[in-house]
Structure formats: C-alpha cells, structure tokens
Design a protein around this ligand. Structure first.
Ligand code: HSE
Length: 438
C-alpha cells in the first residue's frame, strides 16, 4: 500500500475537531476507499493550550499556520479558520507551495474563488469546497458531476439553516425573531457574525458558488440581489398560510438566453412542494436539469459532523486525484476554465415573479377600488385577495393580495403609487412568490 497522505489542518474548532473525529472513527472505511491512509499530521490553532473537542494525540499542534504551508511532508491543507483575509493568504501560499486545498469557507470561495482557482490551475493542484455549500449535502458533487449531462435551467434552495430555523419557529410556535436567533447562536448554527445569516449574505455566498458550477459562469458575489429575513412579520407568515403558502428564505439562480438571475430573498412557496416542508436548521436544494427534470437534495446544512462529512469526502477525492493528470480532473467550476460563459447577470428590475403584497389601509368605502385601480393601471393582475377585519380598537385593516407574474420594475412603480394614497398607512410589504414549477 502507498504511504499515508499527510494532512495539515488550519483550525481545530467545531468543524476541525469534527474532521479529526470522523477520520479517526472511519479510518478503516476511508483507507479502503482511498487506497491509502489519510493522516492528519499537523494542525494550527490560535491557542495551543485550549481544551479540544477531539483527541489530538499524534497531531503536531502549532500556533503558526505557516509551519504547515512550509512543511514539505504535508500534501493537502484543510482551511477551517473562516474569514477572507488570513484564510485567503494561507490558501494562496499553500497553492504556491504546490499543496492541494480543502476548504469549508464559502465567503472565501464566493469572493476570491476566481483568483484561487486560476492559481490552483497554474500549479496543477486541486481546491475542493464541498463543505462550503449546504454542509453535509453533497450538492457540489451532484451538480458538477452527477448532473453534468444536463443543461441546468434553474436551482432554488434553502441554504441558510439559521434563517430556516428562525422562520420555522416563528411559523410553528409563534416565537419572536430575537429569541430564536439567540438559540441558533447557542446551538452553533449561526455565523460568527449572525447578520450574515439574517441579512442573506451567507446564502448569497453559497448561491454564488452554486450558480457558477451550474451555469459555468465566473463567481460574481457582488451581482447577487440579497435580502434577508429581518423584515418578515409574524402576520405575513399567518396570511401566507391562509393562501396555502409557506414563507422560506431562498437562493434562486436561473439561466435564460437573456442572462442569469441571481437572487436571495424570502419567498412564498406552495405548501404542497416538498421543499416547503423543510424545517428547522435543515437545508434543501431543488435543481432542474433539462434532461433529468427536477431533483431535490436534502440534509443538514451546518454542524460539526455534517460539515466534517463533506470535508472528509473532499479529502478522499483529492487523495484519489493525486495520481491523475491535472488536465483530466473535474474542473473547479464544473466547466473547463477556457469555456466559462460571459452570460450577463440580469438586473432585478427585469426579473418577473408573482408577489404577495400586504398593505394597511383605512377601513372606508372605496379604498379597495383605488388599490385595484392602481394595480390594473400598472398592468398587474390580482390572483387572490384577502381583507382582514380591523383588530380590536384599530381603524386600519390589512389588505393582502397575491398578484400574477409581473416585472419587478412595474411592481415598484405601482407600489410607489399605492404608498402615496392617503388611505394607505405606512409602507406596503412585498414578498416575492415562487411556484417552483418545472
Ligand atoms: N450559518 C450557516 C447556516 C452555517 O446557518 O446555514 C452553515 O453554512
């Protein structure tokens, strides 16, 4: 049997220790699959004296990550420190030393992936990033390899567990936003900066990566329309249910001849869809290919063991490719680097969806007629309407509408007109509605 492959780990926190535990627990299976032993020989940590969630016997610990980069015995480094400054520096240096890289860092890939992959290509090394999207769900492999016979038309996913956990608890238990967020942080689901979760940034990182490997376009994080769940009101969750919908936070990527839609936002989705019933911290991604139709991938999107599952399978992949001619490896972004498409990213104004609208209006004759007139003058067709009786002691009523599909710019115009009506109180709430039809 070949010599063991030596691995250097940057970071021995929750995920790092998960990786150590999985490698120790499954040594037999992994060696049988890889054809040689995978051994974590070194790990860099911030504080060498801290107690750990794993057995570090046999692993040389250091507080200097560059020791790993400069160690010629280490074949593969695993980056689990997060962030985009130090992590980027270390990954680029490791690549320049001819080391292969495995990372769980979605921000790093979404923001710097184009540069990282170009450097890796030039050095003939691999950068594997399955754990960066949807934790333990092998979605990168599914799209990049399993569906490679297809033209991918679109994908839509629940790719932030923290947001899904918060929306589920609000919907099922009527809990407050702040209360559920605190619990998600305690359980270790949320990012170090939880605004990344609730403002949609974490999901935008992941969508950037998924869109690139689905459509063969460069990583373009700054072109993703990004909206989080902070504006979702408990009333909207209840009204959506009356119409037969659930509110989920989605990442959506679609390609057409005109260009690519890249958007992250809350959406009403029909409750009959399987994905509408993905609850708690779980993730799920629907991918529609022209040959296969709709496919659905479901599983744990965060946590020590699920993320370690993806990191370790990347390690196995890299170990297997150590002997493969670099030209014949699976390309980082699924398509050959010289065949990346320049398809434009469409502006949100041009995107067409249906909408859920909620407005508060003074309960007087003729108000509904004025609302309907503005919408019809804007070419917006109403699919359903619901007016709630005034709550005790209040003069205002909620009017809730579902529209047919319309361009975002048309809707913007109508909303301005609605908000200018003296009978309408405050801003109109707008949530996009996705039927997720094949
Ligand atoms: N904060 C992320 C989430 C963790 O809630 O999904 C996994 O990327």
């Amino acid at each position: 049997m070949l010599e063991p492959v030596k691995i250097g780990l940057f970071g021995l926190g929750t995920v790092g220790c998960g990786v150590v535990n999985v490698l120790q627990r499954n040594t037999n299976e992994l060696t049988r699959r890889a054809g040689r032993k995978i051994q974590i020989s070194h790990a860099s940590v911030r504080n060498i004296n801290k107690s750990r969630l794993c057995n570090t016997q046999g692993i040389v610990l250091t507080e200097k990550p560059m020791d790993l980069v400069n160690n010629p015995d280490i074949d593969i480094v695993v980056e689990l420190i997060g962030g985009t400054t130090r992590a980027f520096e270390l990954v680029m240096k490791a690549i320049k030393q001819g080391k292969h890289v495995v990372t769980a860092n979605k921000a790093l890939i979404a923001l710097h992936g184009n540069e990282i992959f170009a450097a890796a290509q030039a050095m003939g090394v691999n950068v594997a990033f399955e754990a960066a999207v949807a934790g333990g769900i092998p979605i990168i492999k599914a799209i990049r390899e399993g569906l490679s016979g297809n033209k991918i038309n679109w994908l839509a996913g629940i790719i932030n567990g923290t947001s899904n956990f918060i929306l589920t608890e609000m919907q099922q238990k009527g809990r407050s936003f702040a209360d559920v967020l605190a619990e998600a942080q305690k359980l270790g689901y949320a990012e170090a900066d939880p605004t990344f979760d609730i403002q949609g940034i974490d999901a935008a990182h992941k969508l950037t990566i998924l869109a690139s490997i689905a459509f063969g376009i460069p990583l373009q994080f700054n072109r993703v329309y990004t909206e989080g769940i902070t504006q979702i009101h408990a009333d909207d969750v209840q009204y959506a249910e009356k119409f037969g919908y659930k509110i989920k936070h989605l990442g959506i990527a679609k390609q057409s001849n005109q260009g690519v839609e890249l958007r992250v936002h809350p959406a009403l989705i029909p409750e009959r869809c399987l994905i509408a019933n993905v609850n708690g911290v779980m993730n799920a991604i629907l991918v529609h290919g022209d040959a296969v139709g709709a496919t659905l991938y479901y599983g744990a999107g965060a946590g020590s063991n699920p993320t370690a599952s993806a990191v370790v399978s990347d390690l196995l992949d890299v170990v297997r490719t150590l002997t493969v001619d670099p030209e014949n490896r699976v390309p980082h972004l699924a398509f050959q680097p010289n065949a990346i498409s320049a398809l434009p990213i469409l502006s949100l104004a041009e995107i067409e969806t249906a909408y859920y609208l909620r407005l508060r209006a003074i309960d007087e004759p003729g108000v509904l007629a004025k609302v309907a007139t503005i919408l019809s003058q804007g070419g917006i067709s109403i699919e359903a309407i619901y007016q709630h009786e005034p709550k005790t002691g209040q003069k205002d009523v909620d009017i809730v509408l579902l529209t047919h599909k319309v361009k975002e710019k048309q809707l913007d115009k109508a909303l301005n007109a609605l908000e200018a009506l003296p009978d309408v109180v405050g801003d109109v709430t707008r949530i996009r509605l996705e039927t997720l039809d094949a």
